[in-house]
Write a protein that binds this ligand. Structure first.
Ligand code: URA
Length: 447
């Protein structure tokens, strides 16, 4: 089939057939369709959208671009989590070892930074020596040995997503329900899971800024998972400020390790515990999510979740001495404190802007082949609801780029709204989504 005709059909709002999608994606993976035609296709899909049957076909074709891992010989129900992406979203780094420490195996295939959001792979690879490029045999060995594996798409596992994801990152084609659904679900269906928990972010730092768009994406994701026989549930969670305090790669690992060692960062840990509770529930370890949350909390307090993290880092080649002692990590050339010039309360964040500033500091990519600087990032000192006095520290910026440091120091202050009186704290989690529908969520009092 002529790729130009397929692009033109989608550009003018047509509904593509399974064969057309197959021919286009297959041609791209085989090297017959160049990056510029795929870029045009992605833009046409982003602007025109896709019907549910096109999204299902896209997911299927992406999934079949590589091998599906079979973990059925390993005991227990394998459960994973995936987020639609946010700023400072380091949940996976805490959640995966915490759930594995509770006895539910977690096979996790993640992505790199996308748009203004960070990616689990870049964060993990900021640990010296850590490798996420595992072949299938090694992937299976790691989960068999540790109950957990943290890997990326490869030439064997969803190669279509690996390349489309990198291209979407630099072509303004991330914010699309069918492309996000295809990307997430192809990875999740390939990794050998029995069940899946999704974190669908909404707010000014999310790809789905409106609640209704987030619900539409959640329904699409849950529908695809359910249609493939995987028990799939989702939570709609808040992304109107960075999650936790750090935004970058190594600094997010540091914050995650602190939480694994018992620090309570309220928004980050509430989301982590609720998603973990749901994973234990789907994994058959507990009778309800509240019980799952209790077990997750005890995995943190007993130190078992942290031990599990050290185990998987070592198993995947990482140097655990940096995890044990973050002060060993080389500092950035420029470290700048941003202080407040006014007093009041933090009432809002320009969250996407904060993510973009982190990217400019070196934490993300502007071009496909850009290297990320693992040290670059922003550590916030204030969050929504916090009181601020003149000269209080708002954030610390780290980067090797002198001009970016100066620009970010100047712009970051305007990313925080500081008002004379406080605002009510938004919920961290809005709703629970399953095949039965969407229901408002209230975190159980066990938290
Ligand atoms: N996470 C993914 O894996 N893909 C997307 O498109 C967005 C978030």
């Amino acid at each position: 089939m002529n790729p130009v005709q397929i692009i033109r059909k989608k550009r003018s709002g047509g509904v593509l057939t399974q064969q057309e999608i197959e021919s286009f994606i297959g041609g791209y993976v085989a090297g017959a369709i160049p990056e510029y035609q795929m870029s045009a296709f992605l833009m046409a899909v982003t602007i025109r959208g896709m019907e549910p049957e096109e999204t299902a076909a896209l997911t299927d074709v992406m999934l079949r671009s590589g091998t599906t891992v079979d973990l059925s010989s390993l005991p227990g129900r394998k459960v994973d989590k995936h987020s639609t992406g946010g700023v400072g979203d380091k949940v996976s780094l805490i959640l995966a070892p915490m759930v594995a420490a509770c006895g539910v195996p977690v096979p996790m295939i993640s992505g790199r930074g996308l748009g203004h959001t960070g990616g689990t792979l870049d964060k993990l690879e900021s640990i010296p020596g850590f490798t996420t490029a595992l072949d299938i045999e090694e992937y299976v060995r790691v989960i068999r040995d540790t109950g957990l594996v943290l890997a990326g798409q490869t030439a064997e596992i969803v190669p279509a997503d690996r390349r489309m994801y990198a291209l979407r990152d630099v072509t303004g084609t991330v914010e699309s329900v069918p492309l996000i659904a295809g990307s997430i679900m192809s990875k999740k269906l390939a990794e050998g899971i029995d069940a899946l928990v999704l974190d669908i972010k909404t707010g000014n730092g999310a790809f789905m800024q409106s609640y209704d768009d987030a619900v539409a994406l959640a329904r699409a994701l849950v529908g695809i998972g359910t249609a493939h026989g995987k028990e799939t549930v989702g939570f709609i969670t808040d992304m109107n400020q960075p999650l936790g305090l750090s935004i970058g790669n190594w600094c997010e690992v540091v914050e995650s390790v602190e939480c694994l060692r018992g620090k309570n960062v309220p928004d980050l840990m509430e989301v982590t515990y609720v998603l973990g509770g749901a994973m234990l529930f789907l994994g058959g370890k507990v009778t309800d999510i509240a019980d799952g949350i209790t077990q997750c909390r005890s995995a943190i307090w007993s130190g078992k979740a942290y031990e599990k993290f050290l185990q998987v880092v070592e198993r995947q080649g990482g140097d655990i001495s940096f995890v044990q002692d973050a002060s060993k990590y080389p500092p950035s050339r420029f470290v700048i404190d941003v202080r407040s010039t006014v007093s009041g309360y933090v009432t809002g964040f320009a969250t996407m802007q904060v993510g973009l500033l982190a990217l400019e500091l070196g934490a993300g990519r502007v071009r496909v082949d850009d290297a990320v600087d693992p040290k670059a990032g922003i550590v916030l000192a204030k969050k929504i609801g916090d009181r601020v006095a003149v000269n209080d520290l708002l954030a610390r910026i780290s980067t090797d780029r002198e001009k970016a440091a100066r620009d970010a120091a100047h712009e970051l202050r305007s990313c925080l709204t500081i008002s004379p009186s406080p605002v009510d704290q938004r919920p961290f989690i809005y709703a629970y989504v399953s095949k039965d529908g969407v229901t408002p969520w209230t975190t159980p009092p066990t938290y």
